[in-house]
Design a protein around this ligand. Structure first.
Ligand code: SF4
Length: 262
């Protein structure tokens, strides 16, 4: 989209839907809570150029994540039952006003696929004419498969080789879920960027080389290594173990590669 600002949208203000939908639970689990507004949000960034490559976007931060990575800097988004920062109707109303001014909306988190209402929310935003970006760590492959047909671009975090995931997430079996999600995203043909924020202890050049080789063999072509932020960490003790600079392997097997420093 051109960055030129177009005339403001004159669509009447959105009237919030009175329909309440079930609160989101992990795939395969029945909700034990009665009802909640569509999609629980912990925040909204009105405009960003860094969350969806090449697009001017708004970002919606979804609440809830089943994992607890020590380097997470979104601790305030991890608990799915915290009071939402804004209602879905407010977020949707904001997006209605931004039609023609933004290209895309990115669903980020927390973990967006932790909420069973994500497909409906994405469909509503698509209907407004926005491209859809999705940031995910892939803990819910079935739900990812549901939304992939509605998504234009995915930024997928792959944290480690599958067997090493519990060292990062604290959750047994999380690696298999993430790599299953990777296979689904690749098979779907969606525009995909895989990112790794290396965990101290899993960040040697030799380890990263093995990880990159596995990702390349799986079919990943666009990849980014991201240096862990040194502030606002879920586990503050991790700060002492963070390297000043990431040591990147000499050979990077991807046609498109980016190193992102904090
Ligand atoms: S870094 Fe991502 S996957 Fe890990 S706890 Fe934070 S939101 Fe969840």
């Amino acid at each position: 989209m051109s960055l030129a600002v177009q005339a403001a949208d004159t669509t009447p203000a959105f009237a919030p839907s009175p329909v309440l939908r079930p609160l989101v639970e992990p795939e395969g689990m029945a909700s034990h809570l009665a009802v909640a507004p569509l999609l629980r949000l912990g925040g909204l960034t009105p405009m960003t150029t860094s969350d969806y490559p090449g697009e001017l976007a708004a970002a919606l931060f979804c609440q809830g994540c089943p994992w607890r990575c020590p380097y997470c800097h979104n601790a305030h988004l991890l608990n799915a039952t915290d009071e939402p920062a804004l209602d879905w109707s407010e977020a949707r109303e904001f997006l209605v006003r931004r039609r023609g001014l933004l290209d895309a909306v990115v669903f980020s988190g927390g973990e967006p696929t932790a909420q069973s209402t994500l497909p409906t929310a994405i469909a509503e935003v698509r209907e407004l004419g926005f491209k859809i970006g999705l940031h995910t760590g892939g803990p819910y492959p079935q739900r990812l498969a549901q939304v992939l047909p509605l998504v234009d671009w995915v930024g997928l975090d792959i944290k480690a080789l599958p067997a090493d995931y519990p060292l990062v997430t604290g959750v047994p079996g999380s690696g298999e879920k993430a790599w299953e999600s990777l296979a689904l995203a690749l098979a779907s043909g969606v525009a995909l960027e895989v990112r790794t924020t290396p965990m101290p202890g899993l960040d040697s050049p030799a380890y990263l080389e093995r990880l990159m080789e596995a990702l390349s063999a799986a079919g990943v072509s666009r990849y980014a290594l991201q240096q862990c932020l040194s502030h606002s960490l879920l586990d503050a003790k991790l700060q002492a173990r963070l390297p000043a600079h990431l040591a990147v392997p000499e050979a990077v097997p991807f046609p498109r590669f980016e190193l992102r420093s904090a």
